[in-house]
Design a protein. Sequence first.
Length: 281
Amino acid sequence: MEVSSTKSPLIQSDVCKTAVVMAAKRAIETERPDRLFDDHFAAQLAGEAAITLQKEYLSQLPDKRSEIKVQFVAVRTRYFDDFLMESLQSASQVVILGSGLDTRAFRLPLAPITNLYEIDLQEIIDYKLNILNAVEPKCNYHAIAGDLKQEWMEKLLASGYDTNTPAVWLMEGLLMYLNETEVDQLLKTITFLSAPNSFLGADLVSVQSWQVGTQNSKAVISGHWKSGCDEPEQLFASHGWEVSVVQPGDIRASYGRYAVELAPREIPGKRRSYLVVGKKN
């Protein structure tokens, strides 16, 4: 395992704390007998206090909303787990951008020769590695501290990333935290670094979801969102990626658990989430 950071015990920034909330939700899902995945590291990373707070918060919501908030994270995690394992049949390196407290390097049955690179802010990398310091990753794991709004490409290349080999890129819970200019620049960089037949997975929120989220500045998650998108296919096509798009609750992204009535996409102005997977043309 390659680590480019120094250890620090706590997460300070509000944006990085959103990763703790996601870990708490994954821990809650892992407690279920019918769980969609088994992330037995999530409880360690979230901590008992965060899991308790999340359960108390969920218990105060109407039953339907409470279920949906956990189900969404469960479905999204499983969807990208499946995408990653399938894509790795044709690729041998993975880059997870804005990785947060992701544990795929430690819990998925990855081939030992797989190079998996995670990039996130210094404090989140330090926090995670401090907790998982005794855990052996399943693959050749590289943790890179870097700001995706600044220069990070050089750090990835210095860690051994091969631009001549197909890669799998994953941006789970990331793009909505960037404004449109930052999203465009990030996708330009990814495309530049990607060999033909590389894969990409990402999720986005609609413009309406972003606008509603920003109305509540105290919202732990959506209060930090900076953009939304209503045409993911066009966004990624403009950067050379052919993608398919589903919404959580679609037949390909429900797993029998996400029972939400979805309005047809041709109806504008709706709050939506999109799961996007695709390949470089």
